[in-house]
Design a binder for this molecule. Sequence first.
Ligand code: BGC
Length: 666
Amino acid sequence: MKVSELSIEEKLRLICGKDCWHTNDLNGKIPFLKVTDASMGVRMPANAEEWGGGDKPSVSYPSSQMLANTWNLQTVRAYAECVADDCLEYGADILLGPGVNIKRNPLCGRNFEYYSEDPYLAGVIAREYIAAMQAEGAGTCLKHFCCNNLEYNRKLQSSEVDERTLREIYYKPFEIACEAKPVSVMCSYNKINGVQGSENKKGFSILRNEYGFDGAVISDWDAVYDRVKAAKAGLDLEMPFSKKNFERLVEDVRAGKISEAEIDECAQRVLDMIERCKKLQQGKKRKRTQAERIKLAQEAAEEGIVLLKNEGVLPLQKGQTLSACGLYGALYADGRDNSHLLAGGGSGKVVRLTKDFDIPEELRKAGFQVEYEVAFGDTAVDNSFMDLRKAIENAAVSDINLVFAGTGVNIETEANDRKHMKLSDVQERAILDTAAANPNTVVVLFAGAPIDMSAWIEEVAAVVYAGFCGERGAAAVANVLTGKANPSGKLSETFPLCFEDTPAASGYTDGMVTRYEEGLDVGYRYYDTYCVDVLFPFGHGLSYSEFEYKNLVLKKCGDGIEVNFEIENTSGTDGKEISQVYVRAMSSYVYRPYKELKGFAKSLVKAGKTEKVKVVLDKRAFEYWSVGNDCWEVEDGVYEIIAAASVADERLSAKIKICNGEISVL
Ligand code: BGC
């Protein structure tokens, strides 16, 4: 439909949304769209129009941060197809995700909703997710554009970032994800260099004119302060409906503060988005049954769980006796919903369909004898009390002691940041006290972001990072513990030793301004360049298999190169290995971080076998944003191509030379 078929009144209604979750159907003249959140599956509000009223149950998948830890694009694809099925089931036209904000600060309350500290990894996952979801009939909304990297004072804060850093780090995942043509992008709450996220004219025009984004820009909920300014900047749809903003918009139009042609641009893009979403759905049937989706939720959890430390205690051996201790929060001690350790809070939380989440029971089903003790204390509050006497007694007489600890909805949540990176005092105490009774202690962590483990890491034998693992997480964790599933996830963000070590910790910040003083040196780019020790590096994850990398061969391929190498599984256990390809500019006239991720692969390698890996790097793998010339440039010089098992575990390397833009292999 063309915007010329609408009256001015209809156009204004159309660019303002109907209620909390729908676009305006102009009294039945056009179809409406229903939108819904995101990040662990579909959060379907019980009340179709307004805030509040709780959510309907839906399949709860592992959260975005865990999906990223899979580094497996097939898993991403299957996951997105499942969520698209959930959307079809609930009649949702657009899922308000994926979120690709960079994990600049490990305290950010929404990190579990995002993919990575690395823009390439975040962008590639989002691109796959969007392509798969839209192919299955559900629209996507890539969010939050841009630099929403803290929750504190998120509606007033200005993220102050230089142009090169914006281009290379914070815009980059949007740039890559836009290749999959999302139907919409959501603006951020925060200001960017002093400009309101909903009025980010420069940013929106980069999205449209440089990244090929051809959908509609939607506001974050209540992020519009001046509808006219936002429309002039290119924000097409304000959500949810705000009576105050709408009335002012009508007055401003009457007063000539915005032309009808400017309104038309926004209204046409909203019309196009509605038409496009309806087209996406045509003839689409659910690809998987609900049971199949629940099964996928487990497979994704198994792919994403990261074995961080293992001093020979895992996998569990048949016949071993186990003690297990679950450290849960007093707030939910009535057993109403034991999901508080299993998800972050806010708009991304999903009320899960199945209620059982019982790791000890899963282990018993696998033939183990388990003494299980739940210890209650308020996990959100330091210095509360937890009665551990029974748990310690159990630990002392068992072969292996399991401790389930973490953060959960009370600590990691939208609209708040964590106060620190540690577990609460009571949880740390519980780990230390049970580990003192049994050195074969395995800590299973349910969290959406890095944990400072300095108080207890040396005292335990193994750490399994289970993330926020969704409703089938218990079975997935049990399978990883027993070896039925060989862990194959790797970290999509660094676990620093402590918060003070992060570059974000020393940057200027007050209630209103956060200066991104570290520039490009976000996450591993900082630790790697400045040789700062970390607890677990970016890309780290153990397996029950052993892998060797060999025979690196580089070949020219188009305007880039093909990186070929082999991975041999030298163990007796089948396993999957995530190999990472980093590029290091060795002779640059501009600052470059020590090395940067430009490709990766996940390979299944059977015991004793060797698999070939091929990663293609195009010209963009060598580019940097030239502030001098205001464009992407490739410098002539020598570049090292590194195949690595993590950013800190380089296995193979070779060099290329670029001369007058031409690549030659050295
Ligand atoms: C969040 C968005 C979310 C929206 C709708 C906002 O508070 O920032 O990510 O999509 O609410 O629930």
